[in-house]
Design a binder for this molecule. Structure first.
Ligand SMILES: *[C@@H]1O[C@H](CO)[C@@H](O)[C@H](O)[C@H]1NC(C)=O
Length: 452
């Protein structure tokens, strides 16, 4: 109640007068200082009114979120992200999404390049950036990389341009969908993630009808169900809109073994399951809820589980404006309008987090950096053969955790050894043969012991 009153004052002063008398400015500053102890957005409003920064007009709606979870059991704070191996330090810029196949680790980076990281030095496979671009933000933004299971090609999603098909060996690429092409009457605003079904159909998420990549916080602050999915058939060019106005910030996507679709609904801190079966086509159910963060990409591991990267954390000891002001659209509206984007982002605590979900959607493990000093944002975790590759927009290296107890395989061993410059290109075939022989022997002796 008190805080609401104060916001209204701020609102009025902001709207009524941009040129305040010095005396009035002083009293407002004092109010700011007093209110500052309440923390959060109120102080932020006042601060930005005084400094004259402008945000963005959003269309906030009221919604509700469950009480943020307590971190315990599998989410008890740990240092796994802090202790991760740092691979190719300084040689890549924000590896965000991965495609692993046959000992090759392809990575899409924030400056719109695709590398093979399973090499002694990162090997540039394709450069999708605008020619001559200098800053990451002006190079286009690669948000998702996948392998087309039917052709072996890489499919890359650049949120600024659209879809690209890349030959994994030569690196030659072609654009197969441009964001200039409208989908049910309007072009996508914020293409985010993609899956390729075994029939070669591409499904993408379009996170918002108003806020582009790089303005993600506004989508969360707004809370509207303004996202949609898009299906695209490369062979015919047919493109369709799926589930418009159902999801608040649809983000990461993954296919289940049954061929259904998981969708991270970031604005509701949960994962939905969307049926792709004929009889129950596009029926939506909840797969996982009240996650300890805002979910980004979802990636199936080779263990029948799913890794979910988190852009921001939320738990009982760390609140953010989306939780705190879920029921107060007016507040969020004012915050977005008056605060700078940077100050909005600063209201979410820096804390690295990724969770592993089992096939039923329950959290079974987490990787964390509680201080957010090493990795404060996880875009995705790609796990194969006991190796977890961690994507983040802020690292200039590949963060990696090697845990042989999670089922080392010849391909993952080879990828790690090559990236550490411990295995020469000419020895790869031989090494694979030896490893596979050894591993099959181990499996034979291990399996009966387990059954006892
Ligand atoms: C590269 O593509 C070819 C098909 O063109 C496929 O056979 C091969 O497995 C792919 N390799 C990788 C590492 O994806």
């Amino acid at each position: 109640m008190v805080t609401r009153g104060i916001t209204q004052i701020v609102c009025l002063t902001f709207v009524l007068s941009l040129k305040l008398s010095p005396v009035y400015q002083q009293s407002l500053a004092q109010a700011g200082a007093n209110v500052g102890s309440l923390g959060g957005m109120v102080g932020g409003f006042l601060g930005s009114v005084l400094s004259g920064t402008h945000g963005r007009r959003i269309n906030a709606v009221s919604y509700s979120l469950p009480t943020p979870p307590v971190l315990y059991g599998p989410t008890t704070p740990n240092q796994e992200l802090v202790n991760a191996e740092k691979v190719h330090m300084g040689l890549i810029n924000g590896p965000a999404s991965f495609a692993f196949h046959q000992g090759e680790l392809f990575a899409g980076t924030r400056d719109n390049k695709v590398y093979n990281l399973a090499r002694c030095k990162p090997k540039l496979v394709a450069d999708l950036s605008f020619p001559g671009c200098e800053q990451t933000s002006s190079c286009g933004q690669l948000t998702s990389l996948r392998r087309d299971p039917s052709t072996g090609d890489l499919i890359a999603l650049d949120t600024d341009k659209g879809l690209f098909r890349i030959k994994n060996d030569t690196g030659t690429f072609e654009q197969i969908y441009s964001v200039d092409v409208p989908v049910n009457g309007r072009p996508p605003v914020h293409l985010n993630d993609l899956v390729v079904t075994k029939d070669g159909i591409i499904i993408m998420s379009d996170s918002s009808d108003a806020h582009e990549f790089g303005a993600d916080v506004y989508i969360g602050m707004e809370g509207r169900t303004s996202g949609r999915l898009i299906s695209f058939v490369p062979s015919t060019g047919v493109i369709r809109e799926l589930l418009p106005n159902v999801m608040a910030f649809p983000n990461g996507l993954e296919l289940t073994p049954e061929g259904n679709l998981l969708v991270a609904e970031t604005g509701r801190v949960r994962i939905l399951r969307v049926s792709l079966q004929r009889a129950t086509w596009l029926q939506v159910s909840v797969f996982a809820q009240n996650l300890p963060g805002l979910p980004d990409n979802i990636r199936a591991s080779d263990r029948g589980t799913y890794w979910v990267g988190m852009s921001y954390v939320r738990h009982s000891r760390s609140q953010n404006p989306m939780d705190r002001y879920a029921g107060d659209a007016y507040y969020r509206q004012m915050g977005a309008a008056t605060m700078s984007y940077q100050s909005l982002q600063n209201m979410f605590s820096k804390y690295g987090m990724a969770v592993e979900l089992n096939a039923a959607g329950a959290i079974i493990k987490s990787l964390q950096d509680p201080s957010g000093q090493t990795i404060s944002m996880v875009t995705e975790v790609n796990e194969f053969g006991g190796v977890m590759n961690i994507g983040s927009p802020d690292t200039n290296y590949l963060a990696r955790i090697v845990n042989p107890q999670r089922g080392l395989k010849a391909d993952s061993f080879i990828a790690v050894a090559r990236s550490r410059c411990q295995l020469d290109d000419s020895k790869v075939a031989e090494a694979r043969k030896t490893l596979e022989a050894q591993m099959s022997k181990t499996a034979v002796t291990v399996t009966p012991a387990k059954k006892v």
